[in-house]
Structure formats: C-alpha cells, structure tokens
Design a protein around this ligand. Structure first.
Ligand SMILES: C[S@@+](CC[C@H](N)C(=O)[O-])C[C@H]1O[C@@H](n2cnc3c(N)ncnc32)[C@H](O)[C@@H]1O
Length: 342
C-alpha cells in the first residue's frame, strides 16, 4: 500500500506505518482533490497527484495541511496564499543577501533575440528576477515592472507563467520588450511612467523594478563612456526630459520616484508586495544614500518590510581614491521589500 501520510520523527520527514492514519489521509486527499480549484493547489502537485501524500509534523492527520511529493523538496502548506513554494523553498529565499552575477545563458539568449539588447546600459537578469516573482506571486498573477527597460521582468514572467506588465520610456527599448515578450504586447507601454494611472492597468499582484539610479549614468567615468561609445552602445537611457535618469537635483529625483510608487500603490491589490532595486551612490566624494532615502520616503504609504542585499562579486575593483582617501567600489544593491497594508 502507498504511503499517504508523513510525519516528523527524529527531525526527519518519515512515512507513517499506521494503516489507520494512512487510510484517513487517503480519504482527506480525495476530498482535497475534489476541492482543488477552491484551494488553488499548485499545478506541480495536481500534475503528480498519484504521488502526493499528506504531511503534518506533529502526526495529526485530521489537522494536516501540507502536501508532499518528495521530502527533499519540502511540503506545500494549503494556507499559503502568497506563492506556490514548499516550506523548504520559502525558507531558502528568506536569506537577507544573495550573490548573483550576470549569467552567460541570459546574455546569450538576449543577444540571439536581437543584437541591440546590449545597447541598454543597465539591465538585470531574468533568472534573478524569476526568483523574486516565484516568491511573491502565484502562477497566473499579474506582475508590473514600471521601468521595464528591455523586458527582463517580462521574460521572467514568461518563464514563471505569470502575466507581465511593463512601462518603458525609450522607444528603442520598448520595441525590444515587444520582441522579447510578444504575448504581453497589449500590456507593454511606451510611455512616461509618471502618467501610469492613465494607462488603464488592471489590479496588480506584485511590482518589481530597478529605476534609474538618479543620474548616475550621466556621471559615469570617461572610460565607461569611451568604451561604450566605441562599441556604439548607449551611455545613458535617453536625452528625454521625462527620463528620471536625467534629473540633476537629487531631492527632486527622489520626490518624483516616490510619487511614481505612490501612484502604483493605487493599482496594487491589498497586501501586495513591491520590490525596488536600488543602490546608494556617490557623487563628488559624497555618498547619497538613495536606497535608504527611498525606503524612508516610501514608508509614508507602504510598510517597509525588509531589505535583501544583492551582491555582485565578479566585477573588477577600480582604485577609486587611491592613494589619498577612502572610496569604496559599491558592488551591492538593495532590494527594498515593501507592502501595501491597509
Ligand atoms: C535601470 S533601467 C531598467 C532596466 C530593466 N530592469 C532591464 O533589465 O532591462 C531603468 C529604465 O527606466 C527607464 N525610464 C527612465 N525614466 C522613465 C520614465 N519617466 N518612464 C518610463 N521609463 C523610464 C529607462 O529608459 C531605463 O530603461
């Protein structure tokens, strides 16, 4: 007879040997199968239902609320309204930092799609964003990237079977988004995100983006500009006045970015999370704590839940400041996690 009930013994998930518990679990599983649509059980379990067992760590089959296929993968809790992850996967993502460097496969796929994808000066990886999407949404949920660049978030939505929405000011990058995620074409806008409330967007389940890091690109080193210009790559996002990356004044930039996220607040479903990926930056020997200032300014509306620090450890160190003064190479970003709590 198959094992339909698992419990925790000696700190390990083990099948029960009690035939009564097994039989009770089998009956409960049949009931869960019957109620599967209402319970919103992830496809992975539905597709493998003949292998699914019920799990309760304390051994109470009547109170058991977790589904298990393979104890190494962990169990899925039926009360999980946030995502489709097992407890083990959930906990793994909860680490407050992670190391991630650009992936060759992602870059190759972008280039194969269109050689001009590398024109954009600051993209993030769909593989990295897919991890956030998997944590903060369920399959089929609506995910918004209000600064979608060449569509990395939209690509991550494709991979995770979520519905992507994006806004991008630069028509060249917008076209690349359409090419990269044609299935989301009606949801992708070549528009100024400051006008987001007039785009007729639906209610959004999760928002993730990396906005311009103030006007950092306009202040890049001569080397950065020279190397990119030589390869005919963009050295900034655009020359448009609506481009947030062209705002000179730090306080004005912060105010405008904050207002954009306040507008997005109106589009979010209750309890939705947003993730804003930003960096603290330096200008003329002074640090501008953009990540911290933004976290503070957004808390007028959102609840700041956490930070997850993204570290890049494969970027060469430049001798900034040497041999006169302290100046770090900033190789970490803050993934600010905020929530709409009403
Ligand atoms: C850091 S990049 C995002 C890149 C994106 N995550 C990707 O992987 O392709 C920021 C983007 O914001 C866009 N942007 C700047 N100001 C904007 C505005 N007012 N409305 C919409 N997009 C804007 C820029 O053109 C740029 O592509």
């Amino acid at each position: 007879m198959s094992n339909y009930f698992y419990t925790k013994q000696d700190r390990q998930i083990q099948p029960t040997s009690d035939p009564n518990l097994n039989q009770k679990a089998q009956i409960r599983l049949a009931q869960l199968w019957h109620d599967r649509d209402r319970l919103n059980i992830p496809d992975y379990f539905l597709d493998n239902w003949d292998k699914v067992a019920l799990y309760d760590p304390s051994g109470d089959v009547d109170k058991a609320k977790s589904l298990l296929i393979n104890s190494n993968e962990g169990a899925y809790h039926l009360d999980n309204q946030l995502n489709d992850l097992t407890g083990k996967e959930w906990v793994k993502f909860s680490c407050s930092w992670f190391i991630f460097n650009a992936l060759k496969e992602d870059l190759q796929a972008e280039k194969a799609l269109d050689s001009t994808t590398e024109h954009h000066p600051a993209t993030f990886s769909p593989t990295m964003i897919a991890e956030f999407i998997r944590f903060f949404t369920k399959k089929g949920d609506k995910v918004l990237d209000p600064f979608c660049g060449i569509g990395s978030t939209l690509e991550a939505c494709k991979r995770t079977e979520r519905v992507g929405y994006g806004i991008e000011l630069n028509p060249k990058y917008y076209q690349l988004c359409l090419k990269r995620a044609p299935e989301f074409s009606p949801n992708i806008f070549n528009h100024d995100v400051q006008d987001i409330l007039n785009l007729g967007l639906p209610q959004i389940d999760f928002c993730i983006a990396s906005p311009p890091y103030w006007n950092i690109l306009n202040r890049s080193t001569k080397d950065f500009k020279k190397t990119r210009q030589k390869k005919e790559l963009d050295i900034n996002y655009s020359v448009s006045q609506q481009d947030l990356g062209n705002i000179e004044d730090y306080d004005l930039f912060l105010e405008k970015l904050t207002q954009i996220y306040f507008n997005i607040y109106q589009l979010l479903k209750d309890d939705a999370y947003i993730v804003v990926i930003v960096k603290n930056i330096k200008k003329s020997g002074k640090m501008y704590p953009l990540a911290w200032d933004l976290a503070k300014s957004l808390t007028t509306k959102y609840v700041l839940k956490d930070e997850k620090i993204w570290i890049q450890d494969k970027i060469g160190l430049a001798p900034y400041g040497y041999p006169y003064s302290w100046a770090s190479n900033i190789l970490h970003h803050y993934c600010l996690i905020l929530r709409k709590e009403t």
